[in-house]
Design a binder for this molecule. Sequence first.
Ligand code: PAF
Length: 286
Amino acid sequence: MNTVKTVRELRAAVARARSEGKRIGFVPTMGNLHSGHVALITKATQRVDFVVASIFVNPLQFGAGEDLDKYPRTLAADQEKLLEAGCSLLFAPTVEEMYPDGMAGQTRVSVPQLSEGLCGASRPGHFEGVATVVSKLFNMVQPDLAIFGQKDYQQLAVIRALVHDLNMPIQIIGEPTVRAADGLALSSRNGFLSEEQRAAAPVVYRSLSNIAESIKQGERDFPALISAQLQQLEAAGLRPDYLEIRHALTLRPATAEDRDLVILVAAFLGTTRLIDNLHLNLDTPV
Ligand code: PAF
């Protein structure tokens, strides 16, 4: 597996693969890779002949006071994991390579509606930063398909929308969230948790599961379900940011008649913000 740092080298390597008739898959990441990322690479290797991963901690998607500076950078360990998973090429650009003219005048991509509410409400500008960097990366790599984790449910919806709206010929694939044995969704930010916080963290997924279970049993008083689980999160020492039931495709607030639902949560454990979600389609037999 080669690692390249410039757009020029990236384009040359991808062009070589294309000239050999290979289909290109792409897995964008911010590094500090865990089994969830490895699952995305593995999925890509099953679908295409040439898998490109990127590692770039994108300043444009971090707000003031967020964890940009302390976001873990673990390039050597990441390279090993990518190699082992069958990745063909790693693109690991610098901030200057991605934003050669600085970020202030950078053309932005914004996806209205889907970017509003949920994480968009508490992290203003976040999805614009994500949509912009993902659009740039897509133009640089020009993959046939790209794979993202479903843990970032709203992000995946935003990316699907931008690809559709900007007529990009890229297939977007969402892969199920990889969880620890106790249910906690794997995340690079889990490493920030103290031992005590890590022990409390599985309550996030338990809350989602409790709501899903009640809905499956026929309960449709969504505010009551939410309120009970907010209390559970708080009792475990978390500070909920949001806990909501939305329509799985449009992300509008769910009604009692909706059959395709997603329950989404963000909550702070100390200064670490955890997100998770659970997709519940009442028409799909379990
Ligand atoms: O999910 C992430 O790791 C990032 O938001 C992404 C998609 C790589 C864009 O920076």
